[in-house]
Ligand binder design. Structure first.
Ligand code: ATP
Ligand code: MN
Ligand code: MN
Length: 309
């Protein structure tokens, strides 16, 4: 339930115990009959969606795209804790110069919103353990000119390949142009892999997909290699690499949300723009197609062997 109560200072609201400055600041402008989205709206979104977001971000170092003046203003990618970091956020030592930040609870998410944090980009690590990967992400990036139907077809190719290796792939929209196919992996002492193994696996699988259909897929980062193809971006799988979190808003026109789907939804007619900060109340009422994400984790070690790694 949403708690928005005025505090003694006029113009301030408190959400999940976090007092917002400039709650009426417009972060996404109005579009047609859809009203502008303010900082208070964003904070209420984080509070309402916390149960769906936290399983995927809590206690992982999280880079944040901040746009304190809204999507028309200056934006920056915040990786490290900054001075004056909200006490509701946890600092995580990742053996870097400065600690990274993580949300651990709803107050942390709202604190990110309070600071103009519009996008959440966590590491793919186990909660509380930055050195252990817990998922593999295939970031499908279509060349300009491709249809979303091509991205859908590509996601199904990746799905089949991963299932053949004993993994259980999930799929989400990004709030942008592509899809992410994500497979959870086990992190117990007998199954855990290193970041290098995680990335090598993602690269090997991507290369195998490209070799099978070189006219449809590329694994080369350079934009000019894309020529009408889907770039399978496997670089999301190393230490410190991030991918946008399920349910993260995007700091782009349309206020899209990176939205977790069931595979049944991944078919012609799927419109990723339908998942956004205006439509989320209805989306939250539906059951979570990623509810079994962690429970579906597979041991990557046999899959590494199958790939000759
Ligand atoms: P789209 O579907 O439009 O490609 P996306 O989130 O997949 O959306 P990408 O550009 O493919 O966008 O990036 C994939 C992921 O890599 C992002 O979700 C983000 O976590 C990370 N990333 C992208 N750009 C940067 C950057 N400049 N610095 C750090 N991480 C980035
Ligand atoms: Mn992408
Ligand atoms: Mn990418």
């Amino acid at each position: 339930t949403t708690t928005v109560r005025p505090t003694s200072k006029p113009g301030k609201v408190t959400v999940a115990g976090v007092t917002l400055s400039s709650p009426d600041k417009v972060l996404w402008p109005a579009v047609g009959d859809r009203p502008a989205i303010t900082k208070a709206d964003l904070a209420r979104y984080y509070e309402a969606a916390a149960e769906r977001i936290l399983p995927h971000v809590a206690d992982r170092p999280t880079s944040i795209i901040r746009a304190p003046e809204g999507i028309g203003g200056e934006m920056f990618f915040q990786r490290h804790a900054m001075s004056g970091s909200n006490p509701r956020l946890k600092l995580i030592d990742v053996k870097a110069r400065t600690p990274y930040v993580a949300a651990v609870d709803v107050g942390g998410l709202v604190a990110i919103g309070q600071s103009g944090g519009l996008e959440l980009h966590p590491w793919g690590c186990k909660p509380g353990d930055p050195e252990t990967p817990e998922q593999i992400t295939f970031d499908l990036d279509p060349d300009e000119g491709l249809d979303f139907a091509d991205v859908i077809a590509a996601a199904k190719v990746v799905k089949a390949r991963l299932e053949g290796l004993g993994l259980t792939p999930f799929v989400k929209t990004t709030g942008g142009k592509g899809l992410h196919v994500v497979a959870p992996i086990k992190t117990d002492a007998r199954s855990r892999v290193t970041w290098d193994q995680n990335k090598a696996f993602a690269k090997a699988v991507s290369e195998a997909i490209r070799v099978d259909a070189p006219d449809r897929f590329t694994t080369t980062l350079a934009k000019k290699a894309r020529g009408g193809k889907i770039f399978i971006d496997y670089l999301r799988n190393g230490r410190m690499a991030t991918a946008v979190a399920p349910w993260s808003p995007r700091a782009r026109p349309g206020a899209g949300i990176a939205f977790p789907l069931s595979w049944d939804q991944v078919k012609p007619g799927l419109d990723p723009a339908a998942f956004n900060l205006w439509t989320y109340p209805a989306l939250l009422k539906k059951s979570d197609p990623w509810a079994d994400f962690r429970a579906s984790a597979a041991n990557l070690r046999p899959a590494l062997k199958k790939m000759g790694l």
